[in-house]
Design a protein around this ligand. Structure first.
Ligand code: BMA
Length: 822
């Protein structure tokens, strides 16, 4: 680098100030009102109208009691927001001044000093409004008026000659879950949901950076920087990429500059379980005559992702290769972490993603009925080695395909792809959630009496949006190395046998179909992207459903209102009857409903993993919640791990021993996700619930890297002389692979448990030791703290050390015996 440039860079802070500066307008004093009323109230930006109404005590908290009903009127109203912000004469001298709206929800009119500058119609787009000609020195008035999305949507729906399911939600480009879901309240909100900025700049500005990975080899990674630059003046400029200077020439207006570069001895970004998710910093500065005009920094990871679909004797594979090796995918589905997404903190994003890593996952699917997530979400995934399956935001309905709608979607794709594509975590872009399936299987055409033409139109619209427009927009905006597109998840509905032989599959025979959990052993597809079962949230979260003293009864109307699936309680009770019993006591009900969920999911995950490499991925439905609710989540709204999250962690261990029952045998499988061949040496013991060893056998052998193998079979006749309802199979791995598996022969309700005496010894304020005299099944440690393990089985005479995230006066404890013997 020459001396002048170095000098310029050293002083870049000041010079940037001179050439480019930006300021957030979110911290100005904002006000809002219903235009039917005179009074203005203080508002918080970014935010939503519901939060502002709550903060001003104009509506009750919809998450509490049965308040959801009381706030439904909000969605039918229009809302106005305003602020003033001041601009100095210095600032006014800048050649270009833009207002940047990172997110407006949804139908807004933007006025500056009384002049209408823009109308918006898509929550997922970023709006840039040049304002130099409309600003004045001193105070400027910015007003943003929102039209009710529900009434606007109803108007838009009139253009379609047939009834669209769940109209008007699919007519508005707005987070679909706000309209209510089977785990979420209906809270159709409005407002300035992302930051607003004012940008001042001279001469030229870097708009986007895209980094393409051309070739990654051991010694060298060949990359290309693609940047778009807007210039007010044509001429020669300098672009510095990671300290290396390039001379470029720009024309007035929009420019695209491509610069090849290399990284020597590259370190790869590895998914969780495969090594470090190494990240590089890319720094780009644009200069003219030694003045820094604009700078951008970008984190990036070097990795390749391939989606492999090869025909085989069973159908067609569906698997991911990351950095050249097949990767068995273990993970979950993500929904927005709050009904009011602007209040999700960075810490909450970081914690939930860390929780996926801690549970041995390597992928998360952002489900299409929510939002394109906050930058912090992707940052956390990049840092924790969690791959992202990114749906576009369309879910479970029919969508229009008129030109205006399609153009709107094209711009949405462009904005989101430009924002997100450099994240190494993003593995795949998927058109939608369950729309192909909805059209083919859900019977809407019959329900709404479609004509043949209407039905044809729906399919034509679908094809246009998800097979033409979105993939074309993706291709246009994405660098070639990242272009993996999959039109719909699932590709084939669960009623069709092909859903288990090709593509990705959502299996809902359990829960929706009320089939027994054991059916999971048969219904294994090539890649299971959804399956799930509900469980109650933890006690702390259940209590948070009440504004006053909690009245914890399952029949309580507040508790009932926090289950959004129309048959939810009946389905849970039906499955409880099959495997446990239905306790009347709330705490026991809460506990056992969580056990039920964890049990069902353990059966599913183990069946999927045993079937490797036929099956190459398992993403359960769902990681998290958007409010306190009974749902399929493994972590509840307050961030507490339900029994299922502890189980998910166990079931996703890189080494898993799994026992599958057949007519005559108990087959023992050894599953490894490790990339090296292994030697195993197993001790297999049958132990009764009092601790007596009844039978023993040993098995040793080799296991190939990254494989699942049946390594041993116990015939039922071998165990016939024992009462297996009083015994557990304990399988211990004896060499360096420390691993233990307990297998019970009966459903929980058929186990003959004895009353355990569970002792808790305090080791330190944040560590306890739990032990039991006889088998303690599903030990539940109760208290508002995070236990490092919970809902685990303790063998007779064994003990377990547990750490607490914060000290507790006293740890209460319960086990399955108390539920089954009461
Ligand atoms: C899946 C999801 C969601 C839904 C869940 C449980 O299919 O895509 O739409 O919440 O089922 O019913």
């Amino acid at each position: 680098m020459n001396k002048i440039l170095l000098f310029a860079l050293l002083f870049s802070q000041n010079i940037i100030f001179a050439q480019f500066s930006e300021r957030s307008l979110s911290s100005e004093n904002w006000q809002f009102r219903n235009p039917k009323q005179k009074n203005w109230f203080p508002a918080k930006i970014p935010g939503t109208v519901h939060l502002d109404l709550m903060n001003n005590k104009l509506i009750p908290d919809p998450f509490k009691d049965e308040n959801e009903k009381k706030v439904q009127w909000v969605e039918n109203e229009d809302w106005e927001y305003q602020t003033t912000f001041s601009v100095s004469s210095q600032e006014l001298k800048k050649e270009n001044i833009d207002l940047i709206f990172n997110g407006l929800d949804t139908f807004a009119e933007i006025y500056l000093n009384g002049k209408l500058l823009k109308k918006t119609d898509n929550m997922f787009r970023k709006w840039k409004v040049p304002v130099k000609n409309y600003l004045i020195k001193g105070d400027n008035l910015l007003q943003i008026n929102f039209k009710s999305a529900v009434s606007t949507g109803k108007e838009l729906a009139k253009a379609v000659p047939f009834t669209v399911p769940e109209s008007p939600r699919s007519f508005v480009r707005k987070a679909q879950y706000q309209f209510g879901w089977d785990w979420g309240p209906r809270l159709v909100t409005a407002g300035i949901w992302k930051d607003i900025k004012i940008e001042y700049w001279n001469t030229a500005k870097i708009e986007t950076l895209k980094i393409e990975q051309k070739n990654i080899a051991d010694k060298k990674a060949d990359l290309a920087l693609h940047t778009s630059i807007v210039a007010g003046k044509a001429g020669r400029y300098n672009l510095i990429l990671n300290g290396k200077e390039n001379t470029i020439s720009l024309k007035k207006g929009q420019n695209r500059i491509d610069i090849p570069f290399t990284i020597h001895n590259p370190k790869l970004w590895q998914p969780n379980g495969r090594g470090e998710p190494y990240l590089y910093d890319i720094q780009v500065s644009l200069l003219k005559e030694a003045k820094v005009l604009s700078e951008k920094n970008q984190k990036m990871g070097l990795r390749t992702v391939e989606l492999i679909q090869e025909k085989d004797s069973n159908g067609k594979s569906f698997s991911f290769k990351v950095n050249g090796s097949p990767l068995y995918i273990k993970g979950t589905n993500w929904i927005p972490a709050d009904s009011f997404s602007p209040r999700i903190t960075k810490e909450k994003y970081q914690k939930l993603i860390k929780d996926t890593k801690d549970a041995n996952m390597n992928m998360i699917r952002i489900w299409g009925g929510g939002i394109y997530e906050d930058d912090e979400f992707y940052k956390a995934c990049d840092e924790n080695g969690i791959l992202v399956w990114q749906d576009f935001m369309f879910a479970g309905s029919f969508y229009p395909s008129d030109e205006e709608f399609l153009n709107n979607v094209k711009e949405e794709v462009k904005d989101q792809v430009n924002r997100l594509q450099n994240h190494p975590s993003i593995a795949l872009w998927c058109g939608n959630n369950e729309i192909d399936e909805a059209i083919v299987n859900w019977g809407y055409q019959k329900q709404f009496r479609y004509s043949k033409n209407d039905s044809l139109q729906v399919w034509k619209d679908y094809k246009k949006l998800f097979h033409d427009v979105i993939p074309a927009a993706l291709k246009e905006n994405l660098t070639a190395d990242k272009n993996i597109y999959w039109p719909s998840s699932p590709s084939i509905g669960w009623g069709h046998k092909e859903s288990l032989t090709e593509g990705d599959s959502h299996y809902w025979g359990v829960w929706w179909g009320e089939q027994p959990f054991e059916i999971y052993n048969e219904k294994v597809g090539r890649f299971m992207s959804e399956y799930g079962f509900q469980g109650m949230p933890t006690l702390e979260t259940a209590k948070s459903m009440f504004s006053g003293t909690p009245e914890l009864r399952v029949e309580n109307s507040t508790v009932k209102a926090h289950e959004k699936h129309s048959r939810g309680w009946d389905i849970i009770n039906e499955y409880l009857k099959r495997d446990y019993k239905i306790p009347t006591d709330f705490v026991k009900y809460n506990y056992v409903s969580q056990l039920l969920q964890a049990r069902g999911m353990q059966i599913a995950i183990e069946a999927h993993r045993r079937a490797k490499p036929y099956n190459m991925g398992t993403l359960y439905w769902q990681l998290n919640d958007c409010w306190p609710v009974v749902s399929w989540s493994s972590i509840d709204y307050l961030g507490n791990w339900k029994a299922f999250h502890y189980q998910a962690k166990r079931s996703f261990e890189p080494i898993l021993i799994s026992v599958a029952e057949t007519d005559k045998n108990y087959d023992i499988y050894f599953i490894s996700d490790l990339l090296k061949d292994l030697k195993f040496s197993l001790k297999i013991e049958l132990i009764d619930f009092e601790g007596k060893k009844l039978w023993e056998s040993r098995k040793s052998g080799d296991l190939k890297a990254d494989a699942s193998e049946k390594i041993s079979s116990i015939t039922k006749s071998q165990l016939v002389q024992f009462d297996t309802s009083k015994a557990v199979l304990k399988i211990t791995s004896e060499n360096d692979l420390k691993y233990e598996k307990l297998f019970f022969f009966n459903r929980p309700k058929d186990l003959k448990l004895s009353k355990p005496d569970i002792t808790i010894r305090k080791i330190s304020p944040v560590e306890i030791e739990v032990s039991a005299d006889v088998l303690a099944k599903d030990v539940y440690l109760i208290g508002n703290t995070h236990f490092s393990d919970n809902f685990f089985d303790l063998l007779p005479g064994s003990s377990k050390r547990i750490t607490l995230s914060k000290p507790l006066e006293k740890v209460e404890v319960m086990s399955l015996w108390e539920v089954m013997n009461n």
